[in-house]
Design a protein around this ligand. Structure first.
Ligand code: HEC
Length: 154
């Protein structure tokens, strides 16, 4: 695997300060590069090699929280990637690709929900790359409790 950009490393370091039990950023990032970058682009800005031909274009995944009023909705994002939550368009379903051992994920409501670990790691990578919400929107990422994973059944 080629050397990872220093930027990612720095992002990981600054996040480490407030991390509890977090999966390594690399797992989710590797899944992203492998499965998503072709459409969403290496920087997740919706500008991958396939993007130009697509209508609608792939979403800018650094702005998911900003588009949602500054709120990171972990459950909604995981459902969207998984394919459980369909919205038409050409975003493929990745449920089958992202299967794996089950982890218990607190998606922010205090209730732990079982989820496949690769799906969670990918969604958590996206959470880490969210950019600040536009001025006026409520503060985004810092307000969202960090997701805790504990080994689950399966
Ligand atoms: C074949 C191209 C393609 C691939 C591959 C792809 N996507 Fe998408 N994705 C899209 C398109 C197009 C949209 C926006 C239109 C739509 O909603 O269907 C989208 C939308 C999304 C959204 C919704 C964003 C929002 O703000 O609601 C998320 C989240 C997402 N993709 C994540 C992923 C992840 C994670 C992967 C890799 C596992 C991935 N996508 C792979 C094309 C793709």
């Amino acid at each position: 695997m080629p050397a990872r950009p220093v930027l990612i490393l720095l992002a990981g370091l600054s996040l480490a300060a407030c991390a509890r039990e977090e999966v390594p950023i690399d797992a989710g990032r590797a899944l992203f590069v492998e499965n998503c970058a072709v459409c969403h682009g290496m920087g997740a800005r919706g500008d991958g090699p396939l993007a130009d031909g697509m209508r609608p274009r792939p979403a800018d995944l650094t702005q998911i929280a900003a588009r949602n009023g500054g709120i990171w909705d972990m459950a909604a994002v995981m459902s969207r990637i998984d394919g459980y939550r369909q919205e038409g368009g050409s975003m493929p379903e990745f449920g089958a690709v992202l299967e794996g051992p089950t982890v218990m994920v607190d998606t922010g409501d205090g209730i732990e929900t079982p989820a496949p670990q690769p799906l969670f790691e990918l969604a958590d990578f996206l959470r880490r790359i969210q950019e600040a919400a536009p001025p006026g929107a409520p503060p985004a990422i810092d307000a969202v409790p960090l997701v805790r994973t504990t080994p689950g059944g399966g």
